[in-house]
Ligand binder design. Sequence first.
Ligand code: LLP
Length: 409
Amino acid sequence: MLTYLDDILTCEGVPLPQIAAAAGTPAYVYSKAELLGRARAYQHAAGDALVCYAVKANGNPALLSLLRQAGLGADVTSGGELYLALHAGIPPERIIYSGVGKRPDEIEMALRAGIRALHVESGMELDVIAGLAETVGQPARISVRVNPDISADTHPYDSTGRLGHKFGVPRATAVSLLRRAAADPWLQPEGIAAHIGSQITRLEPYHDLANFLVALAGELAEAGIRLSYIDVGGGLGINYQNDDAPPIPDWIAAVGDPVRAAGYALVMEPGRSIIAPAGFLLTRVLYTKEQGGKSFVIVDGGQNDLIRPAMYGAFHPALPVVRKEHAAEVVVDVVGPICETGDFLARERPLPPLQPHDLLAFTQAGAYGFAMSSNYNGRLRLPELLIDGDRYHLIRRRQTYEHLLDGTQ
Ligand code: LLP
C-alpha cells in the first residue's frame, strides 16, 4: 500500500507530500484498496460465517459503510457504536453487542433495533435484559460471553480471557445463565461467545478456544439447549515490528473448523486485523534537539492522536516521506507536543537525519488510532482522509477551536 516512487513515499500512487499540503498535518490517512482487500480476505475465508467487524477499532462512518458494502456485520460495544453501525446501513441481524457494562438505555436501543443478539456478561445484566424485553414487548435474543480462562501472549491490557479479568462469566455460570434464559419467555438463547484478547499472533490459544467452545456447546445441547451459533471473538494480531502474524485464512481455519465440524454457525469479531494495516498517521517535524545524551525529533502529532506507544509501549513503524538512502541513520526519540514524558511515538529508533518540515508516516495505525484519540492538551481531533485509486477525499474534517467549547455555553 505504501511504496517509494523516486524516493517519495506514496500510498496507492498518491505522493504523501500532496496529501500533507492539502489536508495539513497531523492527519490520519486510509487506503480503500487495502481495507477492502482485508475485508474480502475475511469474507472469502469465512464463507457463510458472520464476520462482525469490531467497531471499536475504528468507527469512521465512511469506513463503516465500505465494510458494510463488503458484506460485514458489526460487533458494537456501546449505544454510540450501535448508532454508527445502524447509520452505516449495517442490517440489525448482522449486529452483535458485547461489553460488560451496558446501560439500560443502551440495551433498550439494541432491543428496539432488533439486533442479532446481546452478548451477556453477568447474571444481573441478564435480569435487566429480561425486564426490558418485557417492557419493549418482544423476547430478547441473547448469547452468553464465556470466560474460557485461556491466556494469550500479548500486552496485559490486551488480554481478556483469564478468570481474573472482568470479561465474560465462568463456564458453569454460562451454563446456568443459558438454562435460565431457556426457561424465560422474554429471553431467547442463541449462542455462546468468547474473546481472549487482542494482537495475538499465535494460533495455539485459538485451537484451545475453539475446542473449549465446541465442548461447552455440546454440554448445553445435552441439557436440551441447542444453540444456533458459536462466536470466537477477534484478536488476530498484525505485523507491527515482527513478521509473525498468521494470515487471515489460517486464523479462520484454526477457530472456525472445529465450530463448523460440530454443526454450529460461526460468528467472529475481528477489528485490528481488518483495519490497522489500512491506515497511517502523517506527521510533520517541528523541531529537533539534543539533550541528556539523546536526540529528540519533535513532531506535530502526539499521544492524544495515537496513544498506543504511550499506553502499551506499542511499536509503529516510522517511514520518512522523503527517502534519504545514503544518509547514515541516527537513533532518535520521536516525541509529540503533549506535556507528558510518556508522549512519544517512537523510542530509540534508528532513522535518517530529520529536519523541520520533514514528513514522517507512522504505519499500521488504522486500528485504535483515531478511535482512542482525545482533545487532551486542548488539541483538536485530526482529519481523516481516504485514498481511493489515485484520488483522495476527506472522510472527517479536522476539529476547529469551537469544538473545544461544545456544550459549555
Ligand atoms: N471483540 C471484543 C469483545 C473485543 O473486546 C475486541 C477488542 C474485539 C472483538 C476486537 O479485537 P481485535 O480483533 O481488534 O484484536 N486498544 C488496544 C486494543 C483493545 C482491544 C479491545 N477489544 C490496542 O490498541 O492495542
